[in-house]
Design a protein around this ligand. Structure first.
Ligand code: SF4
Length: 429
């Protein structure tokens, strides 16, 4: 590869790594003797398609010059870092070269803002357009829409890109104004609205004309940075839930804040990114999208933050013991889905198999149910020893979060707790 292009790629792919909205993962491995190839922590990342297929993407920025000064960003204009820019033709050729050599199956392109939103967006659109029209490239393209970009450019981008995204960044406008003073919610939500309109119009066109062009067939996604502002999970998940009500919105990504610009006092001095919180938010997001949970059931004014110690489904179950135990042989699909330790696949299998006879715990185990967790929340053909009703939520919480609990006899522990409770009651009496 041309060393100048290589240097540009190194800088711009490194600059793009903080954007998680293509579900990327980087790795670093050097070539070993007699080995083939090597992997670098930048440049090629992985994304998952709707059908679960993993595709590798060239993830880069068009430029890391930026006129904006977002407090959390490595590429903000106040930072003294090496800056560079790909020309449209350089990036198009690089993508085609990588694609031909089978290094990648697609392109994820973001950019810093140079001159203004439309100037930058126009160059990004040209990359996608040249790939599709000049090189007849059929691989995947994910373009980041620049905040404040015009309707015309977003509409054109949708004709060439599979997915468009525009990052909300902060869960409230107040936080956005404080941390990214050059942006506001209008500049973010307007392009999002254009994408949604293009998506819906294209769907209508398709009904009339079979060959009408598709607009961003993989829909749109967005990203929020978690932990850079005091916004609670209640605010984050309500906003995500509102986003999912929009027709073209496919994914909301949560990116744990990384404390890069340590000199900026507007930001919290986190020593490590809030990865557990990020993970809990993804689990809660999953509950809203696939487990029929309403956002208010997961977080609300009384429980504004997700528990870090346990996952949100278990947390809901322990807060609502009145719904348990669930009889897996008679309960409806929605209720079975709410049992901790039962996933969507197991729930579907339970519904399908119980037509043929009553289910036993052994049947459930074979269906992939995590019995060490689920057993406190269900009844099946054999009665469980103790459910959440007998064990009490607070004891169950201890039991399920105790390290090394596999080695312990849970039943003995519960009996012991009951004995302790009785003793306490006696003492109180
Ligand atoms: S607009 Fe903000 S987040 Fe985007 S590259 Fe510029 S400084 Fe970074």
């Amino acid at each position: 590869m041309n060393p100048v292009i290589f240097d540009k790629l190194k800088t711009l792919a490194e600059a793009a790594k903080y954007d998680v909205s293509c579900a990327s993962s980087g790795t670093s491995r050097s070539n070993t003797q007699k080995g083939i190839g090597s992997a670098a922590g930048w440049g090629i990342c992985h994304s998952f398609t709707e059908d679960g297929r993993c595709v590798s993407l060239l993830k880069t920025m068009l430029t890391n010059h930026c006129i904006y000064d977002c407090a959390y960003c490595a590429n903000r204009r106040s930072n003294d870092i090496p800056r560079t820019t790909f020309s449209v033709s350089e990036l198009v050729e690089l993508t085609i070269e990588f694609y031909r050599r089978n290094y990648i199956e697609g392109l994820f392109l973001s950019s810093g803002i140079v001159r203004n939103a439309d100037y930058t967006m126009e160059r990004m659109v040209r990359v996608a357009k040249d790939l599709r029209t000049v090189h007849r490239y059929n691989g995947y393209i994910h373009l980041k829409s620049i905040p404040g970009a015009s309707r015309e450019l977003v509409a054109e981008a949708g004709l060439y890109a599979d997915r468009l995204s525009c990052n909300i960044e902060m869960p409230s406008e107040q936080s956005l104004k404080l941390i990214a003073p050059d942006k506001d919610y209008q500049s973010v939500f307007r392009p999002m609205h254009y994408i949604q309109q293009g998506f819906l119009e294209s769907k209508e066109e398709k009904k009339k004309y079979r060959h009408a062009p598709k607009f961003a067939p993989a829909g749109q996604s967005t990203q929020m940075i978690i932990g850079a502002s005091p916004d609670d999970d209640n605010k984050i998940l309500h906003l995500a839930n509102a986003m999912y009500q929009r027709p073209a919105m496919k994914r909301v990504y949560y990116s744990g804040y990384i404390h890069i610009n340590t000199y900026d006092t507007r930001l919290p001095a986190l020593t490590t990114p809030p990865l557990v919180r990020e993970n809990r938010l993804y689990q809660a997001d999953w509950l809203m999208r696939f487990y029929h949970f309403k956002v208010d059931e997961i977080v609300n004014e009384v429980h504004p933050n997700l528990e870090l110690e346990i996952d949100p489904k278990l947390s809901w179950a322990l807060r609502n013991p009145q719904f348990f135990p669930v009889d897996v042989n008679t309960a409806d699909y929605e209720m079975i889905l709410r049992v901790p330790g039962i996933g969507t696949k197991s729930a579907q299998l339970i519904i399908a198999s119980r037509k043929f006879g009553r289910l036993t715990s052994e049947n459930l185990r074979k269906m992939g149910v995590v019995l060490k967790r689920a057993k406190y929340f269900i009844t099946c053909n054999e009665l469980p020893v103790y459910t959440v009703q007998e064990a009490k939520p607070e004891y169950l919480r201890q039991l399920l979060t105790q390290p090394g609990r596999k080695k312990r006899d849970d039943t003995q522990l519960i009996i012991q707790w009951h004995a302790d409770d009785t003793d306490d009651a006696d003492l109180r009496g």
